[in-house]
Ligand binder design. Structure first.
Ligand code: PGA
Length: 250
């Protein structure tokens, strides 16, 4: 499996000019590392700017950060998965903890959004993870069960699961590679229980939360993750480049 490095820009940077500059730098970096799939999840209003004029190359894809569960309709302010597909997004982040916390996303909504993304042929990047003082096993199993409810085994290969312990996101404490390894193995166990071993092996599991140039390689080698979901460090082209370099030969 190709390594998957996902940049989650969140609601950043401030202007289109800065966004274009950042995208161009990341595009340069992706040219050197073809064995890595770099996915830029930027605010959707900019996706067309990036995909036009041959902006996308092999190994470089675009993603959204959210989609609605319906394909169209009276949902003011929302965007559907098929609209993202029209903008050449190949992926969409679903169920990020910030949306669960600030925008009322619950497990039912997340499940419906995953189904909508799959229907639009966009790969969902499904975020799961416990908050401070919560038990990882209980929370993560519950979140995965609800997220994948009604999704057939054949579609597992289209899904990325991002383990993001909420306490490790942003300025939080990074998760130790050993903890991330336990979570990875546990998620595989849950998928095996819900589906089968082959299905579990086809699902890409990535780590997110305070990833930087110093710890990135460990999450791939020691934690055996298929990739990384990077927030803050993806807004700094130099730091992001160092991360890609550090995982380049794993
Ligand atoms: P961070 O964010 O890398 O800034 O911790 C990760 C995320 O929220 O996806």
């Amino acid at each position: 499996m190709k390594k998957i490095i996902i940049a989650n820009w969140k609601m950043n940077p401030g202007t289109l000019i800065e966004a274009k500059e950042l995208f161009d730098s990341l595009k340069e970096i992706s040219r050197e590392f073809r064995e890595t799939e770099i996915i830029i999840c930027a605010p959707f209003v900019w996706l067309e700017n990036f995909s036009s004029q041959g902006g996308l190359k092999r190994g470089l894809s675009l993603g959204g950060q959210n989609c609605h569960w319906e394909s169209h309709g009276a949902f003011t302010g929302e965007i559907s998965a098929s609209m993202l597909a029209d903008l050449k997004a190949g992926y969409v982040i679903i169920g990020h903890s910030e949306r669960r916390q600030y925008l009322g996303e619950n497990d039912l909504i997340i499940n419906a959004k995953i189904k909508a993304a799959l229907k639009a042929k966009i790969k969902p990047i499904v975020c799961v993870g416990e908050r401070q003082n919560e038990e990882m096993h209980l929370v993560v199993e519950d979140q995965i069960r609800s997220a994948l409810n009604g999704i057939p085994a054949a579609q597992l290969k289209e899904i990325v699961i991002a383990y993001e312990p909420v306490w490790a996101i942003g300025p939080g404490d990074p998760c130790s590679p050993d903890n991330a390894l336990s979570a990875n193995l546990f998620i595989k166990k849950v998928l095996t229980k819900l589906y089968n071993r082959a299905g579990a092996e086809k699902t890409a599991i990535v780590y997110g939360g305070s990833v930087d140039r110093k710890n990135a390689a460990d999450y791939l080698s020691r934690s055996q993750m298929a990739g990384l979901l990077i927030g803050g460090a993806s807004l700094d082209a130099q730091e992001f480049g160092e991360i890609i370099k550090s995982v380049g030969n794993i």
